[in-house]
Design a protein around this ligand. Structure first.
Ligand code: HXC
Length: 536
């Protein structure tokens, strides 16, 4: 796979610029000699990468970018350090390939750490190259994609390496909400280096080779006595399913980088531009999907909200975030009638779609991303409430729920709420209800907005009557029926302005598409202030 490819020189590159020759041909000859050495590089590092199922930095860029679109910067940069034998070992590129290319013809800035050079470790020059592409990405309003494969701070360069990381983190925070930031972890990413993916909008990881942790297994064992493998501590599945650090997990680099391309196709280049709209082949306004078949009328019967997303999205396609973390809520980017939207939906097949701490955090971060990049939000509600329990309360469900509430309340993008079935209590409010600012609320006839489910309500309101009744079950059944009839129907909410329309489920896609048309020019200024104090 390396035949004919450019491989960076690992070490011992000796041809250097001599004093400039008097004529242009001589200068060209020197440049060609230099380039030849850079492309020839040491092959053992490359072989090792391949033996581990990994690609080299340049192969990865080939997979990520449109053919022949890459323009490299600072190819000849090399470190100026001298400690611990570095003076004799000054490879060109300094272990990171940086520059710009296109994805589907749209500009992105990229850097790819090269593990074959100093283990991809980050020193002053390496960091400066990353800073450079970050600055250019911000200045040109283009997405930034970092391919991480690194042993972390270059130990020989000491605090200058740490200084380099600080410069990356500061730029990432400055770029937050300005350009989309995508971090792809394709090897080790340890210590403070893990904060770079953590600050990005999207984190991709590849199984078996990618790992992220602040302290490795040896330190963990020394400090806590726990014995754990690299993968168990910080592998892709751990971060994809448990910690929520990884947004997307893949089995191999090819599918991972192809998926990064797909994601980029759904994102705007910066906060001032709209996400690319693609004419839909899937005529939104004509299609009558089979929503009603997918969603059972009985309020507690499970169904897969993914099927609803598929029916709603153009061509049934959506890009799901955090597929295996906090699965009781679904977050996805998709197109509806060609327009990119952020879909948020409760997932009845996981904990009945209840909201808990992780689900609130997952949805909150997604809502904030969509709002920052002007992506309209479509929220599909079928929620029995927040998860009760000592563990939830003690782990801060109040704080986490507040994050979601805050995220929705401050969102100024077009917002459409569709209530499919249940919408109870605080969870109803939080799932983009009218009261917190949704622009349009649509409800199916099966809709039940209420403070709580009928059984619970009757037990609270009629406890004494039920205790005294000769046939409590019969009384309860009658009271439940009365409560359901009076409160748990869409007319009750529609008459009070909490629901704009009661729609036939089959019309959901066209109703959402029409709502997005109606709201496309929405502008809403945030109050003047430095920034809000989001309950992070
Ligand atoms: C300098 C490094 C390096 C580093 C690896 N190398 N990490 N050189 N600084 N941090 C070099 C190795 O010396 C080796 O050089 C080559 O890269 C390949 O490394 P191997 O160890 O042979 O590879 P492998 O067995 O795959 O192990 C990979 C590894 C291991 C798990 C990443 O190299 C490792 O543990 N490295 C140190 C990790 C670390 O402690 N980093 C500092 C973290 S502190 P040769 O010449 O033999 O090919 C940190 C703070 C950041 O990052 C703070 C930011 C705020």
């Amino acid at each position: 796979a390396t035949d004919g490819r450019v491989i960076p020189l690992a070490r011992g590159a000796e041809p250097v610029w001599k004093s400039p020759g008097p004529t242009m041909p001589l200068l060209r000859a020197q440049r060609d000699e230099l380039r030849e050495h850079i492309v020839d590089g040491r092959l053992d590092g490359v072989r090792r990468q391949h033996s581990l199922g990994k690609h080299t930095a340049r192969e990865r860029l080939d997979l990520l970018l449109d053919p022949d679109s890459f323009t490299e910067v600072e190819l000849y940069r090399r470190h100026q350090a001298s400690g611990l034998g570095l003076a004799e070992n000054r490879p060109y590129t300094d272990g990171v390939i940086a520059g710009s290319g296109t994805i589907d013809g749209r500009r992105v800035f990229v850097y790819a750490q090269d593990f074959t050079v100093f283990g991809g470790s980050l020193g002053e020059a390496h960091a400066a190259k990353i800073h450079k592409v970050m600055d250019l990405a911000i200045a040109t309003g283009s997405p930034l994609i970092g391919l991480n494969d690194s042993g972390g701070a270059r130990i020989q360069e000491g605090v200058m390496a740490l200084n380099g990381y600080g410069g990356i983190f500061r730029r990432q925070v400055e770029a937050s909400g300005v350009i989309p930031q995508i971090s792809v972890v394709l090897g080790p990413c340890a210590g403070g280096a893990a904060y770079s993916p953590a600050l990005a909008d999207f984190v991709f990881m590849v199984r078996d080779t990618a790992r992220m942790y602040l302290t490795g297994p040896d330190v963990v064992e020394t400090v806590t006595g726990e014995r754990v493998s690299h993968d168990e501590l910080g592998g892709a599945d751990v971060h994809g399913a448990s910690s929520g650090v990884a947004t997307v997990v893949h089995d191999d680099e090819e599918s991972c980088l192809a998926d990064v391309r797909y994601l980029v196709s759904l994102l705007p280049s910066n906060y001032l531009e709209p996400a690319p709209r693609e004419p839909s082949q899937d005529a939104a306004k004509d299609r009558r999907p089979r929503f009603a078949e997918l969603v059972p009328v009985e309020p507690n019967k499970p169904y897969d909200m993914r099927d609803v997303f598929s029916e709603l999205a153009d061509d049934g396609e959506f890009f799901e975030l955090h597929e295996r973390w906090a699965r009781n809520v679904l977050c996805a980017l998709a197109r509806v009638d060609g327009r990119v939207v952020g879909l948020v939906g409760n997932q009845p097949v996981v904990f009945a779609g209840v909201l808990d701490g992780p689900a609130s955090q997952k949805a909150a971060r997604f809502v904030r991303f969509c709002d920052a990049f002007s992506i309209p939000l479509v929220t599909l509600v079928d929620v029995p409430g927040f998860l009760p329990g000592v563990e939830q309360e003690h782990s801060g469900i109040i704080r986490h729920g507040a994050q979601l509430l805050h995220a929705y309340c401050e969102a100024t993008v077009p917002r459409v709420q569709v209530i499919l079935r249940k919408a109870y209590g605080g969870a109803y409010i939080v799932m983009d209800s009218r009261s917190i600012g949704t622009d349009l609320s649509l409800a199916w006839p099966t809709n039940q907005i209420a403070v709580m489910g009928a059984e619970g309500a009757v037990n609270v309101l009629f406890r004494k009557d039920l205790a005294a009744a000769s046939d409590p079950d019969a009384l309860r059944a009658r009271l439940v029926a009365e409560y359901t009839e009076e409160f748990m129907n869409p007319q009750y909410s529609a008459e009070r302005g909490l629901v704009d329309d009661i729609i036939d489920p089959a019309d959901t896609r066209s109703a959402v598409a029409r709502a997005l048309d109606m709201l496309q020019d929405k502008r809403k200024a945030a109050p003047r202030r430095k920034h809000g104090n989001h309950p992070i």
